[in-house]
Write a protein that binds this ligand. Structure first.
Ligand code: TYD
Ligand code: MG
Length: 460
């Protein structure tokens, strides 16, 4: 199986070595050598500059940009509305999509549903399963109510066989579940290693571009993080989707973090049910936990997910810490938390140096937008003071190091969504204050962190 021309290439400096070494002989980096398949053409041509190009077969044609017709990409809707939304309308022929996520979060379920919907719409869908047997996939199909599904199934993990089959059948969409189980004979590394994952994905991508088959690669996010996980593939593919959500709650978010054919940061919201994933068309209120009475340390944030405003409860717990107090955040950035604590101390006189501070975004959502700052800060001060914010209170706004409260994008939409869901008091940056009053909503607009704290004390 092994080919003697395999070489090892350093992922830091590009240096090569004929055998694997722990330390790169060229740059000295540790653990950076990755196996690479031998070059395709040994008798490489030389051009007149003396350079060797393995694939040199003649110069390529050039085109003038202005003369190229700008056709919009054709898309095929999968029929799952929430998935189509993240994809920017549907799958694109020849497009390669990577779907990453923790094991058990619902990748196989979603893709089987999508494959079936496409097949029903008259497209050929081919599902390559390397993780489960055909019988296991059939069992899942039963559970999903798809026992009569016409989706083509192939249980195979060898890349060369997969490619040959794809070439023979030319499906509209091919799902590879998962890329970490596929291996190529060209490499000696184990399936799932960086070298294998990268090589197999490169071949599948080339096939997609040449044939027009849309390829979907499933990738598990490994505990070790980046290495051997889907991250090494992000730059190769057209679209990267990540599954998010707490496996303990039934809600799942599918987020586009890269999309050559559509907007990024768009999300699709699903609920995992007994019969598979169901799209949640109106998700704005699903991340609120239901308190009968307001509790200290809880603030509802109006965040923006893609183009949609959503309400997410932010919780904070501030408690006496030991000699080295902890700062922990779930679903929010920890560095940002440290910054907010410093701003809170310096500009609003709220000290928490000797306190443990925990913050959490309810429901397993991950919030990266700075517009969450104000809500996080209010949740912390609320917990510290042991005073709850009034019922029906929402907040958003970015906080700067100088203690200023900066506007958030699409403030009006956020406020309207909050009003629609019955919230009655909003604390927002001055620049986001609406010109016309919004029915049912009392708005407090502030410029600075200390003003925000003063408003909150008034509301007590
Ligand atoms: P799965 O799609 O196998 O996850 P992944 O491919 O990302 O590893 O989903 C597995 C989980 O979903 C499993 O815990 C069972 C649950 N599930 C349901 O709750 N309802 C269903 O209809 C199906 C098919 C799965
Ligand atoms: Mg799976």
């Amino acid at each position: 199986m092994a080919k003697d021309k395999t070489q090892y290439v350093c992922s830091e400096c590009g240096g090569t070595s004929p055998k694997w070494l722990g330390k790169c002989p060229s740059c000295g980096a540790w653990n950076s050598l990755v196996e690479q398949a031998p070059a395709a053409a040994p008798g490489a041509a030389q051009n007149r500059f003396g350079n060797t190009f393995a694939a040199l077969g003649g110069a390529s044609e050039l085109a003038v940009l202005a003369e190229i017709e700008a056709t919009d990409v054709a898309r095929t809707a999968t029929g799952l509305e929430e998935l189509d939304r993240v994809l920017g309308g549907g799958i694109v022929p020849g497009g390669v999509t990577l779907i990453g996520g923790d094991p058990g979060i619902g990748k196989s379920t979603l893709l089987l549903q999508a494959a079936d919907a496409l097949q029903n719409a008259g497209q050929i869908a081919l599902y390559v399963t390397g993780e489960e047997s055909g019988a296991q996939v059939a069992l899942r199909a039963h559970r999903l109510g798809l026992e009569r599904s016409q989706v083509q199934l192939m249980a195979e993990i060898q890349l060369e066989k997969i490619l040959a089959t794809l070439d023979a059948h030319r499906p509209a969409i091919a799902i590879i579940d998962s890329i970490q189980t596929v291996y190529s004979d060209q490499l000696t590394s184990a399936p799932g290693s960086v070298a294998q994952v990268r090589e197999c994905a490169a071949h599948l991508t080339r096939f997609a571009k040449a044939s027009g088959t849309a390829v979907v690669l499933v990738g598990h996010v490994t505990k070790e993080g980046a290495l051997a996980g889907p991250r090494v593939l992000e730059h190769m593919v057209d679209t990267v989707l990540y599954f998010e959500g707490d496996t303990h709650s039934s809600f799942r978010l599918v987020r586009a973090i890269k999309n050559r054919f559509g907007a990024v940061n768009e999300i699709g919201v699903f609920a995992m049910t007994e019969r598979g994933l169901r799209g949640v068309a109106n998700p704005s209120a699903i991340f609120l936990s239901q308190h009968a009475q307001p509790v200290p340390g809880s603030v509802v944030l109006v965040t923006l997910e893609g183009t949609r405003p959503m309400l997410v409860e932010i919780q904070a717990l501030v408690d006496d810490g030991g000699p080295s107090p902890r700062r922990l955040s779930v679903g929010l950035e920890r560095d940002r938390l440290a910054m907010l604590l410093a701003v809170l101390h310096r500009h609003a006189g709220v000290a928490s140096m000797d306190q443990d501070v925990f913050v959490n975004a309810v429901g397993g959502v991950r919030i990266t937008e700075p517009a969450a700052d104000l809500a996080v800060m209010l949740a912390i001060s609320s917990s510290l003071r042991g005073k709850a914010l009034p019922k029906g209170f929402v907040a958003f706004g970015e906080v700067g190091l100088a203690g200023e409260v900066r506007p958030a994008p699409r403030g009006q939409e956020r406020l309207r969504e909050a009003a629609k869901l019955g919230f009655s008091v909003a604390l927002v940056p001055k620049a986001n204050a609406p010109k016309k009053p919004i029915e049912g909503l009392t708005i407090h607009a502030v410029d600075r962190v200390d003003e925000a704290m003063a408003v909150v004390r008034q509301l007590d």
